[in-house]
Write a protein that binds this ligand. Structure first.
Ligand SMILES: *Cc1c(COP(=O)(O)O)cnc(C)c1O
Length: 413
């Protein structure tokens, strides 16, 4: 019964879960390891008796699994409480380390995850200077923009490997080379990339790399930061000597065990999973762009995460579509109003120049290994029913159509 190629997990009967960029279902293999670690003798990995050593062995094993998955050495992997903590540590810790050499300038991009962007804002309030690189209309950071932004006092460059909203994959190797040419540390938030596409820290040449277990079918509440040997962002969590004295706090042994198992599983099935998700992604993009008038794809088609579809449906609000989809059992996410007290389109859509009225009607669908072609087809069936019906009731859409008609009449004269 168990289907190894999709990690063995099946979607529940009624829910079509297409929000894998937000979080993923825990793979049974990872869950089993988590439960085993929680129900075992339960020693503290820092204690010097047998059940403490057992817990330490669980950590060592997971550290080796995570290291192997990204081609690092185990001593370069530091477990954290989540991907956000890894990002905060890389950004703030590097700024604090480099400030001792009077380097107080950082470079990032306009469409980073808030864990990086808000860390940068916090540093600005402490007197650091930050350059936010623009993003091309297709959703890529341009290496020449980085080259032009680097200064003698630049401490760190932080550019995400794959964007969580529009799925575009950045030229990390090229960007890291530019930073290194100027002796600057390079961090990448690879939370969306690890477990989804090949990630090799040797090949990429990055100094720091963030990841998070719940984005690759591991448990929530555990992440890791890769620090290349010799690269030391200052500690953020001080206390005991855990994680080689770099991140205090008794380790989340069960979560870490689950992270190691989930990543090993993801990487061992990477090629078939990528091929599968790419097929679902391209099916939805091609079908929706041809069947729904004025639908548009946000972010370039390649290089793009295998499972990411981000579409705008002008004339509608994403929230309306979201509710209609929910009625049909489909879980997705909107590209607008990413915090409930603002109605602005997300900073990511703004960064690639999506006009506000189009950004409002944006939806993100993200596939995981457990999704099926039947689900992709069902999504398209539902969209083809919902979008025209809602548009027929939408002032925004009807007015837009009138304006478009007037324009085309003018053109005819
Ligand atoms: C989810 C995500 C994070 C945050 O990870 P958490 O483990 O949820 O804190 C950071 N960066 C990106 C790109 C993400 O997608």
């Amino acid at each position: 019964m168990e289907n190894r190629s999709n990690g063995g997990f099946q979607p529940s009967e009624k829910i079509v879960y297409l929000d894998n960029a937000a979080t993923t279902p825990c793979a049974p293999e990872a869950l089993a390891v988590v439960v085993e670690a929680l129900s075992g003798a339960c020693g503290n990995p820092s204690s010097h008796y047998s059940i403490g050593y057992e817990a330490k062995e669980i950590l060592d094993r997971a550290r080796a699994q995570v290291a192997a998955a990204i081609h690092a050495s185990p001593a370069e992997i530091f477990f954290t409480g989540c991907g956000s903590e890894a990002d905060n540590w890389a950004v703030k810790g590097s700024a604090l380390t480099k400030a001792r050499q009077n380097k107080r300038h950082l470079i990032t991009s306009a469409f980073e995850h808030h864990a990086v962007l808000h860390s940068m804002r916090a540093l600005e309030r402490m007197g650091f200077e930050v350059t936010y690189l623009p993003v091309s209309p297709e959703g890529y950071v341009r290496p020449e923009d980085l080259e032009a932004a680097i200064r003698p006092d630049t401490a760190l460059v932080s550019i995400m490997m794959a964007n969580n909203e529009i799925g575009t994959i950045q030229p990390i190797k090229e960007l890291a080379e530019i930073a290194h040419k100027h002796g600057v540390w390079f961090h990448t938030d690879a939370v969306q990339a690890v477990g989804a596409i090949p990630v090799d820290v040797q090949e990429l040449g990055v100094d720091l790399l963030s990841m998070s277990a719940h984005k690759f079918n591991g448990p929530k509440g555990v992440g890791a930061l890769y620090c290349r040997k010799g690269v030391w962002p200052q500690n953020l969590i001080d206390g005991g000597g855990q994680e080689s004295r770099h991140r205090a706090g008794t380790e989340n042994v069960a979560g870490i065990a689950g992270m190691g198992a989930a990543l090993e599983l993801a990487v061992s099935h990477l090629e078939e999973r990528m091929a599968h998700e790419t097929q679902l992604r391209d099916y939805v993009i091609d079908r929706v762009l041809s069947s729904i008038p004025e639908a548009r794809l946000n972010g370039g088609r390649a290089p793009r995460l295998p499972g990411n579809v981000n579409l705008s449906f002008p004339g509608l609000e994403g929230e309306t579509i979201l509710l209609d989809l929910d009625m049909h059992g489909i879980c997705a996410s909107t590209g607008s109003a990413c915090n409930s007290d603002s109605l602005d389109p997300s900073h990511v859509l703004q960064s690639i120049g999506v006009p506000e009225e189009i950004g409002h009607g944006s939806m993100r669908f993200t596939f995981g290994p457990q999704n099926t072609m039947e689900e992709a087809k069902y999504l398209c069936d539902v969209l083809e029913e919902v979008i025209p019906r809602r548009r027929a009731m939408s002032c925004m859409w009807l007015q837009g159509q009138n304006t478009a008609r007037q324009f085309s009449r003018k053109g005819e004269k």
